[in-house]
Design a protein around this ligand. Structure first.
Ligand code: FAD
Ligand code: NAP
Length: 525
């Protein structure tokens, strides 16, 4: 079992509490995954705290109390530490241990797992709880090695924090991480230069402290709250669903504006639910996009800066971002915006970042350039399945999975929130729990039936990849260069990786299991 984030922790707990032997491996020196690594100033969740937590244990749900609408990173990490202590999970992990690769032995139906401490571990099942956003992406910019100052990545932020007072800070990247950290870096540093390649749509988070009564209301019937969320397309946002969602074109221009304004005031990613066709019909989408552009124009004083900050692409096809004071930050005297979309960064020098003929002097350079998402972590390992089949070859034309849970030619290997599952389009804790429970049930079934090997068939996997893409093609999601498509990593195959729609997916997984693991081949040595 690889990884000690939300997924690995629950998987270990589930298996151990039923008496299975499990060995966890984690590259970091403690639990937490995403929330262990991403300690940049301003990091917090964008799914509300009362939703972004485990639901498998009623007592755990009751005893933990979130303080804010969107929990900050330190609080989520404290929560995961609490879970690790409560269920005594650390003893099942080897920390500071990186899995380098694994090889499947068909004669034994076992995996041989190699780690960076030179040891080999043998196991019947290999479970990848390695995360969708755990391998950082740092662009290969000429001269980076010659830079004289500190270089940081939001996804590998130093644990002791960084003192930025009196520093001229440069940040490359304006995705969710950049947008969260830019307002805080502007406050903490002497000067901040933001290098923006693509302007970002972001919606006010309207983060605030949670009132005791609203926490109590949810806790009074947490299962109903969970069930409501789990029935939502992304397993989140139940409190913000409207009974009567309309196509933009069933509304007058005034009604459209009222609904957008109402959701803008509420804040958060559910802003995109203003119209039922917002992410389907380009004309409806443009109404939403134009509303946000107008807001940017109202907030940002300098009209040239406002124009540069105004995105042109389809709203929502890159992950929608939520922020606290993002656009306001560009009104500060110590913040400069540099467009590197029209004139890309030429090189990094000892003194700073060259764009065209200008070198922007920088003391500390922050990469908020995201991740080799969904496939990067698995493909960085030397995984060899049946007949020595390598994962890099198997996924050369894009990830091939069945249900995002299993890969043909890689028997007895499971991927938690793997490509082809709803994963990053959902409240990931809910998705993770569903995967862990499905995998657990499958392992129990194998044991009960005396089976030693389970493998996704080629046909089932090919059809699944087609299904994932055909669902995405009914929307505007594939229309821009997002990491959902692998477009952020040069040379990565362009294919839409996550599946839209949590409830139908869960139904499908359950049906597959109920039919005796349809689409899988089960056998015994
Ligand atoms: P991770 O938390 O990524 O854990 C994977 C672990 O595997 C890591 O600790 C890693 O070190 C380890 N690992 C990987 N490869 C190896 C190896 N070869 N050997 C040993 N160990 C290895 N999702 C939401 O739903 N809502 C949010 O608000 C939200 N906010 C986010 C904010 C940030 C900054 C980021 C980066 C992601 C966010 N996500 C959010 C997605 C988030 O990744 C998931 O919600 C969740 O934390 C993933 O848990 P996980 O256990 O699957 O993976
Ligand atoms: P990201 O969304 O991939 O954003 C990376 C940014 O870096 C983009 O602005 C990208 O520009 C820019 N970039 C990449 N390479 C560049 C280059 N060579 N030159 C200039 N700019 C470059 O990564 P992220 O912000 O870390 O977020 C990744 C995902 O993690 C999110 O989508 C979300 O799922 C999750 N996350 C969530 C939260 C939260 O709010 N809870 C916070 C952080 C992360 P282009 O757009 O032009 O590619």
């Amino acid at each position: 079992m690889v990884g000690a984030g939300f997924a690995g922790m629950y998987m270990v707990h589930k298996l151990r509490s039923s008496g299975y032997t499990v060995q966890g491996f984690e590259a970091g020196d403690d639990v937490g995954g995403t929330w262990y690594w991403n300690r940049y100033p301003g990091a917090r969740c964008d799914v509300e705290s009362m939703e972004y937590s485990y639901q498998f244990d009623a007592e755990l749900q009751q005893e933990w109390t979130w303080s804010e609408r969107y929990a900050p990173q330190p609080e989520i990490l404290s929560y995961l530490n609490h879970v690790a202590d409560r269920f005594d999970l650390r003893q099942h992990f080897r920390f500071e241990t990186r899995v380098l690769g694994a090889k499947y032995d068909e004669s034994q139906d076992r995996w041989h797992v190699g780690t960076n401490d030179g040891q080999e571990t043998t196991a019947r099942f290999l479970i990848m709880a390695t995360g969708c956003l755990s391998s950082t992406n740092t662009p290969d910019i000429a001269g980076l090695d010659s830079f004289a100052g500190d270089v940081l990545h939001t996804g590998r932020w130093p644990h002791d924090g960084v003192d930025l007072a009196d520093k001229r800070v440069g940040i490359i990247g304006t995705g969710s991480s950049g947008v969260q950290t830019i307002p805080v870096l502007a406050e903490q540093s002497d000067h901040l230069t933001v290098f923006q390649r693509t302007a970002q749509y972001t919606i006010p988070a309207r983060n605030r402290r949670l009132h005791q009564t609203e926490v109590e209301d949810v806790k009074a019937d947490y299962p109903a709250f969970r069930a409501g969320n789990n029935a939502m397309p992304g397993a989140y946002g139940f409190p913000y669903v409207a009974d009567d969602r309309f196509s933009a074109f069933d509304l007058t221009a005034e009604q459209q504006h009222e609904e957008l304004e109402r959701r803008w005031q509420v804040g958060g990613t559910t802003f995109m639910w203003a119209f039922s066709d917002a992410i389907i019909d380009p004309a409806a989408n443009e109404i939403v996009a134009e509303f946000v552009r107008a807001k940017i124009g109202e907030v940002v004083h300098d009209s040239e800066t406002a124009a540069l900050l105004s995105p042109e692409h389809v709203i929502g096809c890159k992950r929608i971002v939520v922020d606290t004071n993002y656009f306001e930050t560009f009104n500060r005297d110590n913040v400069a915006l540099v467009d590197v979309g029209t004139t890309p960064i030429t090189e990094i020098t000892a003194a700073g970042v060259r764009v065209g003929d200008t070198v922007h002097d920088i003391d500390t350079l922050v990469f908020a350039t995201g991740f080799d998402a969904m496939t990067g972590t698995v493909m960085r390992m030397d995984l060899q399945g049946r007949n020595g089949q390598r994962i890099q070859d198997s996924w050369a034309a894009g990830p091939r999975t069945y249900l995002g849970l299993a890969v043909p030619d890689f028997p007895n290997m499971f991927t938690i929130s793997g490509p082809g599952s709803p994963s990053v389009l959902t409240n990931m804790v809910a998705s993770i729990e569903q995967h862990v429970e499905w995998i657990f049930d499958c392992i129990v079934h194998m044991k009960d039936q005396g089976r030693t090997s389970i493998e996704a068939t080629e046909d089932a996997s090919d059809n699944w990849v087609l299904h994932v893409n055909s669902v995405a093609d009914q929307t505007l999601f594939p229309s821009c260069n997002s990491w959902y498509l692998g477009a952020n990593v040069p040379g990565k195959t362009r294919v839409f990786m996550p599946l839209l729609g949590f409830p139908p997916y869960v139904e499908r997984c359950n049906a597959v299991a109920a039919a005796g693991y349809q689409g899988f081949k089960l056998s015994s040595v």
